[in-house]
Design a protein around this ligand. Structure first.
Ligand code: TTP
Length: 190
């Protein structure tokens, strides 16, 4: 059974490989990621993961297609993928000293075209960040392109007091849910 990973993220590929799953191909989905008016974070993540999967599944009939989307949410607000230092500083200032949610949605389209979905909801708590800590983090450049302006797999781990949930989900692919979906879709996972 062919498995296609519908993601441009090298981290998603590495996470998948961590549980012994090597996709037959990687085929990223380029979709419009605009947030709808008044759309809630969980709805957004699920919708975008499903849209990525549907787009790529159309290109690979008969294959399993796995896609995901990870968003950082402060209350009902979806934080952007930081593209500039100003974006990242605004995110970190907002996240400083408080808890926020990281929602990681995945979709698996089966060989029969049936879509299965899972959502992993996680909490991340940052310490109260000093200005110098934010400046040093910005200088690292690790925030670039990251949802919420940080990546837990790097230096930000030193600023995170606690998490509740799944570390892999916060990085971008919830491995427990991924394995469960793959099994449900008939993909051999031991
Ligand atoms: C919160 C957090 C986010 N991120 C990153 C993962 C993603 O790059 C980004 C969320 O964006 P996504 O849209 O989920 O994924 P992507 O654009 O990287 O790849 P694709 O759509 O092709 O699958 O935030 C981390 O790497 N670590 C973290 O701790």
């Amino acid at each position: 059974m062919r498995l296609i990973l519908a993601s441009a993220s090298p981290r998603r590929l590495a996470l998948l490989e961590q549980i012994g799953v090597v996709p037959d191909a990687v085929d990223p989905a380029d979709i419009d990621e605009t947030v709808l008016k008044a759309e809630l974070p969980a709805h957004y993540a699920a919708r975008v993961a499903a849209a990525k999967g549907a787009l790529v599944a159309a290109r690979h009939p008969g294959a399993l297609v796995l896609s995901g989307d990870t968003v950082v949410a402060a209350g009902r607000r979806i934080l952007p993928k930081a593209e500039s230092e100003e974006d990242a500083r605004a995110c970190l200032t907002l996240l400083s000293g408080r808890r926020h949610r990281v929602l990681s949605a995945i979709t698996l389209i089966g060989a029969d075209g049936k879509a299965r979905h899972r959502l992993s909801t996680n909490i991340v708590i940052f310490k109260r960040l000093e200005r110098a800590e934010i400046d040093a983090y910005l200088a690292s450049g690790e925030w670039r392109g990251k949802a919420g302006g940080y990546a837990i797999q790097g230096r930000a781990a030193g600023l995170i007091r606690a998490i509740q949930g799944s570390h892999s989900a916060i990085m971008g692919l919830p491995l427990y849910e991924t394995r469960a979906l793959l099994r449900a879709g008939g993909y051999p996972c031991d």
